[in-house]
Design a protein around this ligand. Structure first.
Ligand SMILES: [Zn+2]
Ligand SMILES: [Zn+2]
Length: 392
């Protein structure tokens, strides 16, 4: 029997992985509704000899493979949910579910991890425990957080966790990575500024929530410029300002909707303190009352230094088609793998999806996951496990 090299072995999975990915792509399921997808993953993992634990955060599941006597454990995570987007790719395997589409490539992430699952089960060149984490509901509603609340890392302790996102516009297979923060936290504030209302010709006998709101918008910008350390990243965007119905009526209220982004816990706390203080203080100075609802969204995605260096080294040694890129700054968008990185050391990175037709933006109706990534990603995961859990 000829012994295949790792890369040749994974490359031989290509037709099978494409078939799995295209099947998932035909049947996209929205957040927390990934029952068919979960079933497919569970069946595949069981066939490969994994111990499968289901029903974590509803459709979430973990496949566990142990080898040797090593006590260390690694977690690799893929997301499974699709989006409420109507597909317009015209691909032979395009979505058969009206209004739903794998427009973020989570079908590709899931299949890549199944490719790694097969490689690890067939070769078993590691010493320790591998937990393959398939999570529901990455888009907006925090499936990762719910898995953790349901005991993910207590039931499946991991010394480190890793995940990637395909990245349109980056050459296919190129890894882009960054120690520390790679994506931002996003929080939301809603402010209702109110007064008694009145006639547009008699402003001195009432108070004006529009003028107060306008002052609030301007004053909020002083948080980033005057309160936050200038070398830190923060964004305060008043994305909606609604008030009034006619030019000669002073309305009773102005409603502001604000998104607040940051890259560190310290700045996030500062923003959460300062935003309500400014809104209430400025409104009060104008004689208005203000009510502020402040809601925390996803935290920042922060890679631990050692694990980022480790992931970078593995990706570099694999000698893919393009050298690893070191990102100089985080992106200010967000990702719920952040919750896993709050619980366990680890690293999140981008894997280039390619350019041209594979450069179409995530979440767009013509987005197209690049099938070349299935074997590239599976080989990367396989190598990462072998290096993280070396045989003594
Ligand atoms: Zn997405
Ligand atoms: Zn995504």
């Amino acid at each position: 029997m000829t012994k295949l090299s790792a890369n040749d072995r994974v490359a031989s999975y290509d037709p099978e992985l494409r078939a799995i990915r295209h099947d998932l792509h035909r049947h996209p399921e929205l957040a927390f509704e990934e029952t068919r997808t979960s079933e497919t993953v569970a069946r595949e993992l069981a066939r490969l000899g994994y111990q499968v634990t289901r029903d974590i955060a509803g459709t979430g599941l973990v496949g566990t493979l142990r080898q040797g006597t090593g006590r260390r454990a690694i977690g690799l995570r893929a997301d499974m949910d699709a989006l409420p987007v109507s597909e317009a790719t015209g691909l032979s395997y395009q979505s058969q579910a009206p209004g739903k589409m794998h427009a973020c490539g989570h079908d590709g992430h899931t299949t890549t991890l199944l490719g790694a699952a097969r490689y690890l089960a067939e070769t078993r060149q590691f010493d320790g425990t591998v937990h393959l984490i398939f999570q529901p509901a990455e888009e907006n509603i925090g499936g990762a957080q719910r898995m953790i609340e349901e005991g993910l890392f207590k039931r499946f302790p991991c010394d480190a966790v890793f995940a990637f996102h395909n990245w349109p516009g980056l050459p296919a297979g190129q890894v882009a990575i960054r120690p520390g923060t790679i994506m931002a936290a996003v929080d939301m504030a809603k402010a209702v500024i109110s007064g008694p209302g009145g006639h547009g010709a008699i402003p001195h006998e009432t108070v004006d929530p529009v003028v107060a709101g306008a002052a609030v918008v301007t004053a909020l910008q002083t948080i980033v410029s005057r309160n936050i350390d200038p070398v830190e990243a923060a964004v305060v965007t008043v994305g909606a300002f609604n008030a009034g119905i006619a030019c000669n009526i002073i309305p009773e209220r102005a409603v502001l909707e604000i998104s607040v982004r940051s890259c560190s816990a310290k700045v996030r706390r500062q923003l959460a303190e300062r935003v309500p203080v400014i809104i209430k203080g400025v409104a009060e100075a104008h004689g208005c009352a203000a009510k502020v609802d402040y809601e925390f969204g996803y935290p920042a995605t922060v890679n631990t230094l050692e694990e980022a260096a480790f992931a970078r080294a593995v990706a570099s040694d694999l000698k893919g088609p393009h050298p690893v890129i070191d990102l100089l700054a985080p992106t200010m968008i967000s990702e719920d793998f952040a919750y896993m990185l709050e619980a366990v050391p680890g690293c999140y990175f981008m894997l280039g999806n390619g350019v041209g037709r594979h450069g179409k933006m995530l979440h767009s109706p013509d987005y197209d996951f690049n099938d070349e990534l299935l074997v590239i990603g599976a080989a990367l995961w396989g190598r990462m496990v072998e290096r993280f859990l070396p045989i003594a």
